[in-house]
Design a binder for this molecule. Structure first.
Ligand SMILES: Cc1cc2nc3c(=O)[nH]c(=O)nc-3n(C[C@H](O)[C@H](O)[C@H](O)COP(=O)(O)OP(=O)(O)OC[C@H]3O[C@@H](n4cnc5c(N)ncnc54)[C@H](O)[C@@H]3O)c2cc1C
Length: 303
């Protein structure tokens, strides 16, 4: 079956939107990325099951993404299907101190809602863009706290297996990784919070936002920290002390504000960003003997 036939079948069977050769620059915070051959919005669980099984039956590579705030998509685009979750996956429900949120729920919404109900535990996530699904996949957080620590269950859809409700101990939470089963698509998550004083939640969040404003290039398109911090050190410190702050390639620059951010100053390509990623890796390895590992997820073909 050709991609055209797959596209037609998806259009016939899905409630959600199906697009062909959709520029990924529209779906990433970097505002970079060539076209995805297919860009599928699954509005319901039935859509998701149909989309995954149609792609798999045709051997078309697929990946699920959230808001693209941790992605660097190749200038050549993505040769398969990008699946994103829509309407039904945006819902959230509160029961006591537990909040159940669909994977497409915006993380910032969850943070705000917890605060407004006087529920503490999500303060660490203030200022982190993206969806609940992306946060689970990345175990998003700060140096000290991450989402895995407040999760009481994660529901995943594993194509060919079905829906699974996983308890936190069934996942391998680590710094910026949750050890999801291979191919698992997060569809829902429950976080267990505690009643807390709203004023103290607000103070913690304000302090955290203030720190971000002071130390990060807020406003410039980026995907947040480019590299994971190596144990006991900070990638930003290593890059800065290797003399790379402000280094520019095409439209991309190693931020003057925080050396672990590479920002798109206008018209940057994925190749520009990757060129700076490689330069930082080589220079830090030569200067400090440390191999930096990217935290951003690369999608599509890179040379
Ligand atoms: C300005 C800025 C600041 C940031 N600060 C932080 C920070 O402090 N801490 C931090 O941890 N991160 C930070 N990030 C990075 C990013 O926001 C997080 O990693 C975020 O959790 C990604 O969510 P997303 O929905 O955008 O996921 P995407 O970027 O769309 O995807 C990220 C990964 O998750 C996978 N994924 C997404 N949804 C699903 C799903 N439903 N099921 C299975 N896999 C899925 C994707 O395949 C991909 O591998 C920052 C980014 C920016 C731009």
């Amino acid at each position: 079956m050709s991609l055209d036939t797959l596209e037609n079948n998806l259009r016939l069977r899905l409630k959600g939107d199906v697009r062909r050769r959709e520029p990924m620059a529209r779906h990433t915070t970097y505002r970079i990325g060539g076209p995805a051959e297919l860009f599928i919005t699954c509005d319901t669980m039935t859509d998701l099951i149909e989309a995954a099984s149609l792609c798999d039956a045709e051997g078309v590579e697929r990946i699920t993404v959230g808001k693209g705030s941790n992605l660097l998509v190749s200038d050549a685009g993505y040769p398969g299907a990008i699946i994103t979750l829509g309407n039904e996956f945006k819902a959230h429900r509160v029961q006591g101190a537990e909040i159940e949120a669909g994977a497409a729920c915006i993380l910032a919404f969850l943070v705000r809602d917890a605060y407004s109900r006087g529920l503490g535990g999500m303060e660490f996530a203030v200022g982190i863009p993206g969806t609940v699904g992306g946060a689970i996949a990345m175990n998003a957080g700060t140096g000290d706290d991450w989402i895995g620590a407040v999760v009481s269950s994660v529901t995943v859809y594993v194509p060919g297996v079905g829906l699974q409700r996983l308890r936190p101990h069934e996942l391998a939470w680590e710094y910026r990784s949750s050890g999801l089963p291979p191919g698992a698509i997060v569809v829902e998550t429950t976080v267990q919070l505690q009643e807390a004083d709203r004023e103290s939640i607000r103070k913690t969040m304000d302090a955290s936002l203030e720190r971000r404003k002071r130390t990060q290039p807020i406003g410039a398109p980026s995907a947040g920290s480019v590299f994971r911090n190596p144990p006991g050190d900070s990638a930003g410190r290593l890059i800065e002390s290797a003399g790379l702050k402000g280094t520019r390639l095409g439209g991309a620059r190693i931020s003057e504000v925080h050396a672990n951010f590479i920002v798109n100053e206008g018209g940057a390509t994925a190749a520009d960003v990757l060129g700076l990623v490689r330069k930082a890796q080589l220079t830090v390895r030569d200067t400090h003997g440390i191999q930096l590992t990217p935290e951003i997820q690369l999608l599509g073909a890179f040379e």
